[in-house]
Ligand binder design. Structure first.
Ligand code: KG4
Ligand code: ZN
Length: 339
């Protein structure tokens, strides 16, 4: 049996969780900073790090208390140490190192994006057939992975510009809706016509597994404000908003389905796993359910957006494989990872 405390502070959620045996979530505490960043319509790094400092200890304390254990019962400390905003990452990494050192317990550094893929295991403990194709789609990432096992995950494609969640957030801003835009567009799309407007689908090269979402976003902008702002702006009635949301969402889904099919063909994948904030999208879930010919594994809704349970879960596998970290574990940003 293993009881792992996970810590997450990669972006704008401060989170801690206690997970038993890699799937049984005993507690999952997430302190969201959405309200702090909403007026800027995006995450402000300096505000995020300050909020992490204030929240990290109360969040960890609550996670341990809710799990009904004490720190001395914990077998290892897991922390998402890459990729993310450096000032935010450092808060979680420092808290995790300090706890590991003072408690004399192993430290396990976890890749946040790989942890999003692992979130399909939480609560259900239903291992997907491997090799699998994984898709992480969130505000910061849109990336495809070939997964041979939980300790053998290779990046096979990623966005060359905006992440899909970022495109949702920007389209919501263009339409004058709130932040984060994903859930709002999801709701409107359910009542609109996906065929109302033929927004572009960027498929890139014939075999490409990369994504591009800035074209569809710009296309929504021109549709609403007129080409380069020269024509009369569109009148945004309730039905127009629903139709734009549904048509934009359909363009994103069609591209994602196409790329997943290509990835299955190229890797011989036997299942699909999705994770990240956009994996909560109802239209995407329904499309994958009906259009893919292998089983599709999605996380329980609570674990789609950023959380620490997914890191604690993945750490169980890493710990069993002897992949622990030293106390000089670094916080690594996305641009450093790509170097
Ligand atoms: O995984 P996450 O919490 O943070 C990142 O690592 O980025 O994802 C947040 C993103 C935001 O862009 C948000 O608009 C999007 O996920 N999102 C959704 C939905 N719920 C959250 N996008 C589409 N449909 C949803 N239901
Ligand atoms: Zn994330």
């Amino acid at each position: 049996m293993s009881l792992i405390l996970g810590i997450e502070s990669t972006c704008d959620e401060t989170a801690a969780a206690v997970v038993r045996d890699g799937w049984d979530v005993r507690s999952n505490v997430v302190s969201s900073q959405v309200d702090l960043h909403a007026k800027y319509r995006g995450v402000v790094p300096e505000i995020a790090s300050r909020a992490h400092i204030e929240n990290i200890l109360p969040v960890i304390r609550e996670a341990v208390q809710t799990a009904g254990c004490s720190l001395s019962d914990i077998d290892a400390i897991a922390v998402a140490h890459r990729p993310g905003l450096v000032g935010s990452l450092l808060i979680g990494v420092t808290a995790a190192k300090t706890l590991a050192w003072t408690l004399g317990k192993p430290l396990v550094g976890v890749d946040h994006v790989q942890a999003h893929l692992y979130s399909v295991m939480l609560e259900k403990n239903e291992p997907p057939p491997m090799p699998a194709v994984g898709l992480v789609c969130s505000g910061g990432h849109t990336a495809l992975y070939a997964i041979n096992s939980w300790t053998d995950i290779t990046l096979i494609g990623s966005t060359i510009d905006d992440a899909v969640g970022e495109a949702y957030d920007k389209v919501a801003a263009i339409l004058g809706l709130g932040y984060p835009g994903g859930p709002i567009i999801d709701r409107l799309a359910a009542e609109g016509s996906p065929k109302a407007i033929d927004f572009p689908r960027s498929r890139l090269g014939r075999d490409s597994l990369d994504f591009s979402f800035s074209g569809v976003k710009t296309s929504v902008l021109y549709h609403v404000r007129g080409f380069q702002g020269r024509e009369r702006p569109l009148e945004l009635t309730d039905q127009t908003l629903r139709d734009i949301a549904a048509s934009f969402q359909q363009a994103c889904i069609d591209v994602i389905v196409e790329k997943l099919k290509r990835a299955l063909t190229q890797t011989g994948g036997r299942s699909i796993l999705i994770g990240g904030g956009v994996s909560a999208n109802r239209g995407l879930r329904a499309a994958l359910e009906s259009r893919m010919n292998v089983p599709v594994f999605v996380p329980p809704l609570a674990y789609c957006t950023d959380n620490a349970a997914m890191s604690a879960g993945l750490a169980h596998v890493l710990l069993a494989a002897g992949r622990t970290s030293e106390l000089d574990l670094d916080a690594i940003t996305l641009s450093e990872l790509k170097r």
